[in-house]
Design a protein around this ligand. Structure first.
Ligand code: BLA
Length: 247
């Protein structure tokens, strides 16, 4: 379902100088316990970013997933890119979340980084409805202009590809612009905000439960704490091979 978008995403990183980094092999890809689902991830090191991860999960008609988070370099306080796309084929239900995930909800910060996303939000009203968040708090690490859709409307499904392209292009543009502007936070502050994001996300992400069901609890714990949100275990002083050195 999302393979053209996955290709577009990976290609866009590659074409901007992204280099694939190694992921421990059992986390990089694998089949579920019953063998009916397959998960594969990519880890990128790209100019301007300290870490960019991408995951595809294919559980056939039950579920298709494309998930990605981009963490900019510490010297730049721009929002993280957050992508979570799910297609429950048997129910014909789409869950689509695309956001520039803000490090803070301060007005100055939102004024600085969101003109582009605001305009995309306006162009695709069918994807930017007023879905209620059940596990996350919409006022933490989500922007007021996120695209968030849950349902089966054909117009939402049809718009996804164009919205995704516009969203991705806009994020790359933002990255170009902000690398040239002074950051509002120091690199140390940005690092702490990234840590807080990982801790919060690892606690709330509904994926953890889903992964445990498909791949077993032990694998799910490892995938969430070592690959999806490696800084969530930083309080225990755990450093992982996936944690790129800071500048
Ligand atoms: C929701 N994400 C969900 C749900 C699942 C996943 C099962 C619940 C479905 C529903 O609300 O109907 C699944 N998340 C995954 C999977 C991965 C994952 C399989 O990370 C695999 C790696 N989630 C993110 C990112 C964003 C995000 C980066 O990982 C930001 C764009 C958002 N996902 C997000 C939101 C919801 C969601 C806002 C709705 C949750 C809620 O209602 O609070």
């Amino acid at each position: 379902m999302f393979d053209p978008l996955l290709e577009e995403l990976n290609e866009s990183i590659l074409s901007r100088g992204g280099i694939e980094a190694k992921i421990p092999s059992d986390l990089a890809e694998g089949f579920s316990v019953k063998g009916k689902a397959f998960i594969k991830s990519w880890l990128w090191q790209a100019p301007g970013f300290r870490r960019w991860r991408v995951t595809r999960m294919d559980a056939g008609e039950n579920l298709q997933v494309l998930n990605s988070v981009a963490y900019p370099e510490y010297k730049c306080d721009q929002p993280l890119l957050g992508i979570d796309l799910l297609w429950f084929g048997t129910k014909r239900k789409l869950v689509a979340v695309l956001d520039f995930q803000p490090l803070t909800q301060d007005k100055d910060y939102l004024d600085r980084y969101y003109d582009g996303l605001k305009s995309i939000h306006g162009r695709f009203p069918e994807l930017g409805g007023n879905e209620i968040m059940r596990s996350f708090d919409p006022h933490q690490y989500f922007s007021p202009w996120l695209l968030f859709y849950r349902g089966n409307s054909q117009s939402a499904i049809n718009s996804l590809k164009s919205a995704f392209t516009a969203f991705l292009d806009c994020y790359w543009m933002l990255n170009q612009l902000t690398l040239r502007k002074p950051s509002g936070f120091s690199p140390e502050e940005v690092k702490n905000l990234h840590i807080a994001y990982d801790i919060y996300s690892a606690e709330r992400d509904p994926a953890h439960h889903l992964f445990a069901g498909y791949f077993g609890q032990a694998w799910a714990n490892r995938f969430v704490s070592e690959f999806l949100f490696p800084y969530s275990s930083i309080t225990q002083n755990v450093t992982t091979a996936l944690d790129f050195p800071s500048e």
